[in-house]
Design a protein around this ligand. Structure first.
Ligand code: SF4
Ligand code: SF4
Length: 311
């Protein structure tokens, strides 16, 4: 017979799927002891580059009770963002996750609904919602909640689904029934992501040197892109999907059905010339609710100029 906690976990999962999340798992809120040395090594190697915020809140990343006092559970949600079609081959490329509306807003709205549901049907609780916005080690929690494994490209891969997913978490002080952590690795002998990365950013043992990753260079870094990267890519002006495109697990990717992740108006028709000529005003108007606003117009112009070799 199902226990009360199993029933609660089941109710939460059913509602999360109804809200449009693709998968959901629940992990016990414990200190992530194994991640401590990985994280500390990665930071001391300087692989995070200019992302100094990664150095902050080190203990909060590892201990969920420092984010939510009395935390018992971490609900981990994934949401598909794989689009029906990609931008035309002759246009500049942007990472697929950025085609539609800003995922922070879309996922937070859905998580608020889930929080409401839990309060109404299970009971009052203290908790916080997170999506790529606070010191939460999302992949570690997703693995602990049984969603999938970390691929050699360092992304979370879900068996039979691939990696084109956003991750989000609710850390809360309710006791729930927990999923079995994912303990197997299904990369096997494959090295396609490592071989395909144009900047050799993927190191052995699932380590990413973010300083070499196109995603970091075109979005997170505020500096000029170093000349050493000239001619290493010809199309990416916001992020990069290469290590996902070549991953055999993404052959299973199916298009999402979230209207807010449909490409923003006119995006699919923007030619290289249009991107080169886009004014700050037009950029602000077109991408005001898009992840592209992170780089601002100046960042996109820098990235376009870099590819054209005119920096
Ligand atoms: S996103 Fe692109 S640059 Fe970064 S690791 Fe993957 S393939 Fe390499
Ligand atoms: S491309 Fe191969 S090695 Fe890389 S994440 Fe996918 S399955 Fe793993």
């Amino acid at each position: 017979m199902q226990s009360r906690l199993q029933l609660y976990s089941q109710m939460i999962k059913t509602e999360a799927l109804r809200l449009g999340f693709s998968s959901v798992g629940i992990a016990k809120a414990e200190v992530l002891t194994e991640e401590r040395s990985h994280m500390s090594q990665w930071l001391s190697n300087g692989f995070h580059g200019e992302m100094s915020y990664m150095e902050n809140h080190f203990d909060k990343r590892l201990d969920p009770t420092l984010l939510v006092p009395g935390a018992q559970s971490v609900i981990v949600l994934s949401h598909n963002y794989f689009p029906e079609s990609k931008l035309p081959e002759d246009a500049y490329a942007i990472a697929r996750y950025a085609y539609g509306e800003d995922y922070h807003t879309v996922l937070k709205d859905k998580m608020q609904e889930l929080v409401q549901f839990i309060e109404t049907h299970i009971g009052a609780f203290k908790g916080r919602i997170f999506t790529d916005s606070a010191p939460v080690l999302e992949r570690a929690w997703a693995i602990k909640a049984g969603l999938g494994w970390q691929g050699k490209n360092t992304l979370l891969i879900q068996k039979g689904k691939g990696s084109y997913f956003f991750l989000a978490e609710i850390i809360l002080d309710l006791d729930l029934a927990y999923d079995v952590p994912f303990t197997t690795d299904h990369c096997g002998t494959c090295t396609r992501c490592i071989d395909a990365c144009p900047t050799q950013a993927i190191l052995p043992d699932k380590i990413l040197d973010a300083r070499k990753c196109i995603s970091y260079l075109t979005i997170e870094s505020k500096s000029e892109i170093p000349e050493t990267f000239q001619n290493q890519w010809q199309d990416w002006i916001f992020g990069c999907d290469i290590c996902q495109e070549v991953c055999p697990w993404n052959h299973f990717a199916l298009p999402h059905n979230e209207p807010k992740f449909q490409p923003v108006s006119g995006l699919m028709d923007l030619s290289r010339r249009n991107w080169e000529d886009i004014t700050a005003e037009l950029f602000e108007k077109r991408f005001e609710n898009s992840p592209l606003k992170r780089t601002k117009w100046e960042g996109i112009k820098r990235n376009v100029s870099f590819i054209k070799g005119t920096t």
